[in-house]
Design a protein around this ligand. Structure first.
Ligand code: HEC
Ligand code: HEC
Length: 310
């Protein structure tokens, strides 16, 4: 029924608009049935860090771990601790280094003006897609936004996602916190037209340790197809990305960089802009870019952008 209503609603749009099916792989949600817990209950440690922390300490949303203070400047309070009860510490999900996980966002090196605008869009509801960010947006003060924006803009981007083209991927499931993990039963499955992002090292990622990031499996040929579309615009299908995001996709002024950032985050954003779930004032510039894209186009573009040095 919802499909039918959607079809009727879309029938009134210009013929060029594409009704793309939601790419569930880019919107991971914790699965109801979970494999037996991976956690042995023992405190976690990491080589070359003095910390030893329990799972509860690691997942404390108001005092997340800082395994590697050498990898980032001193954090302002909102990033390190947030503020009870709604402004959870940015460093918990985005990590103190801003590299983030696949289900959140890579925010290191984002222009402060862009970052601030996103927080205001979460606050007004113009940007949807994350309950956590909406709740934070409604409660965070302008001063807190400024200190978080200035902080993450000052953190040096680093290589975080390794893009690998393949036909088959390890079997995965979506664990607690919307996090995709390799299934403990093992085995592989066809990748198909998806991007599957898993930790390079599961313990490191579950510890919220920014030492190592992710591997993103993409379909064979996706990077080259994405590069061609990004450079040429595909004969009027879209607009060459470099015009606004810079020739190397490292951003221009308050337009965000795309190079080396998490591919599924980028697919989510393109899909949400196409479907009106991300409709802040500046996203109008992107609306024309995504109007005619299929999910496969978004996948290819994201695979290409993610494969670049951040
Ligand atoms: C509980 C986890 C969580 C916490 C804590 C959190 N975030 Fe987020 N954040 C997310 C998720 C998830 C997204 C991605 C939403 C999406 O895909 O549209 C996000 C996206 C963002 C973005 C948008 C990035 C972009 O380029 O699109 C900004 C900016 C941001 N967060 C800032 C913050 C700030 C500031 C704080 C601390 C006050 C914070 N976040 C705390 C989960 C979190
Ligand atoms: C006409 C200018 C323009 C062009 C061309 C353009 N973009 Fe954008 N893009 C923007 C702006 C502006 C934003 C930030 C919107 C906002 O502030 O909400 C953005 C945001 C994005 C985001 C979200 C980033 C994030 O951190 O959440 C993605 C992904 C993206 N663009 C991909 C692309 C791709 C891929 C192309 C080429 C096919 C492209 N853009 C071409 C202007 C453009």
């Amino acid at each position: 029924m919802r499909k039918l209503i959607l079809a009727l609603a879309l029938a009134s749009l210009p013929a060029a608009a594409v009704a793309a099916d939601k790419p569930d792989w880019a919107f991971p949600v914790t699965e109801k049935v979970q494999p037996p817990s991976w956690d042995d209950g023992k405190p976690k440690t990491a080589p070359d860090s003095p910390l030893s922390l329990t799972r509860a300490q690691i997942d404390d949303m108001f005092n997340p771990p800082d395994w590697r203070p050498d990898l980032h400047p001193p954090m302002p309070d909102v990033v390190a601790h947030g503020r009870q009860p709604n402004v959870r510490a940015c460093g918990a999900c985005h990590l103190p280094t801003g590299n983030g996980h696949d289900e959140s966002a890579y925010v290191a090196g984002l222009p402060a003006a862009y970052f601030t605008r996103q927080m205001l869009d979460f606050r007004t509801g113009a940007r949807k897609g994350s309950g956590s960010m909406t709740a934070i947006g409604k409660d965070i003060t302008d001063e807190e936004i400024k200190s978080a924006a200035d902080y993450f803009a000052s953190v040096k981007p680093r290589a975080w996602v390794r893009v690998v083209e393949t036909d088959a991927v390890p079997k995965t499931y979506v664990g607690p916190g919307n996090k995709r993990l390799v299934h403990p039963d093992g085995g592989t499955e066809p990748l198909g037209q998806r991007i599957i992002v898993i930790p390079e090292d599961e313990d490191i990622v579950l510890n919220r340790d920014p030492k190592k990031g992710f591997v993103a499996y993409v379909p064979k040929g996706a990077v080259a197809r994405g590069e061609a579309l990004a450079r040429t615009g595909g004969d009027g299908k879209t607009v060459p990305c470099g015009i606004c995001h810079g020739p190397t996709l490292h951003g221009i002024a308050d337009i965000p960089p795309l190079a080396g950032r998490t591919p599924n985050h980028m697919v989510r954003q393109m899909f949400m802009i196409q479907n009106g779930d991300r409709a802040g004032p500046q996203s109008a510039l992107m609306a024309q870019v995504v109007a005619k894209l299929t999910v496969e186009d978004m996948l290819n573009l994201a695979a290409y952008a993610a494969s670049l040095e951040p």
